[in-house]
Design a protein around this ligand. Sequence first.
Ligand code: SF4
Length: 388
Amino acid sequence: MIEMKKRDKIYINNGSNLIKMTLELLEMANVKEELNPGIKIIIKPNLVVSEKAENGATTHVEIVEAIVIYLKENKIEDITIAEGSWVGDGTSTIPAFKIGGYLSLAEKYGLKILDTKKDNVETVKFDNLNLNVCKSFLDADFIINVPVLKGHCQTKITACLKNIKGCIPDDEKRRYHRIGLSKPIAGINTVIKPSLHIVDGICGDLNYECGGNPVEQNRIFLSKDPLLLDSYLSKLIGYNPEEIDYLNYGLKYELGKFHDKNSEIIELNSDNRIKTYENRNNTKKNNKHKPLAIEKLERFIDDNSSCSACYSSLIFALDKLEASKIENINEKIKIGQGFKKEAIVRTKVGGIGIGNCCIKFKKNITGCPPTGLDVLNFLKQILNNEKS
Ligand code: SF4
């Protein structure tokens, strides 16, 4: 597998045109300098369930389409899309490929589809574990990992490293759950090492990997270092990376480095951040599940034209406050560009405000946008101060 150079950056793009956003990221990261015609490429999306991407669990097919367009422009023809849905989704991933739009994509561009549930298996040794992996990933020259950023009911977050669990057979997935997920998740990433990670941050789920409560962020992320990106993304959705066991194992196994204040983040189209409600009607219309958990949290929010990236930080933070604490928030939390006019008065005004647009509120967390972790710590501090 090709190990890419210059792994120390995170690229972010904002907007609603997923193909354009992804192509801009690939150009910006100059991925083509490390591609050679004739190499064998696997693209690994997240198709954990047979659901449309709007439900918050699976990768938007437009992102993969943009990757294919980019590869073809750079004379790459041997492209396979490979995935194995979760064990409860049946013995075939084909329904998930179909519902996600991947069969049509394969037909349009002449791609191969690989259901990893049917792939040959090879056993590799790692530490004191024998790990069974789908052989096709070992034979690829270049793997592009295209996970969804979402919450996870057991591991807290799923993004780059966790998505590689789709590269193992079903009985091995069951075994991971028996022996504890964290160490084997990191272990499998020492064997299957994607060269590139492009994370779908359009509307990943609040706290459950199978979707149902999509949180709009309208962002796509790219990095060559999965640990750098995962540790950064964990902060966005309200977790300290040290809380995530498999990220700690990733550090131990030298899969990359954690994000810190010196990490370089290159953001494109920050003036094109999508407003929170801009796509909301579409999401609801296409979504057979209503995002009820999010609606419950929204009763604590006074939104006035917020960017969805900012709003998502607040939603992820509120979700992590214990139920007893959240009920102690006795005023609506202000967020959004509409509150900027209050930011031009000299004196602070009463209230709790999120982000730079709300800087003139007496209680404010700065950032444009602040991370979910920043917002969570800020709200905890307010609640603790009110108690004492
Ligand atoms: S602080 Fe920044 S991200 Fe948040 S609403 Fe204002 S402009 Fe948008």
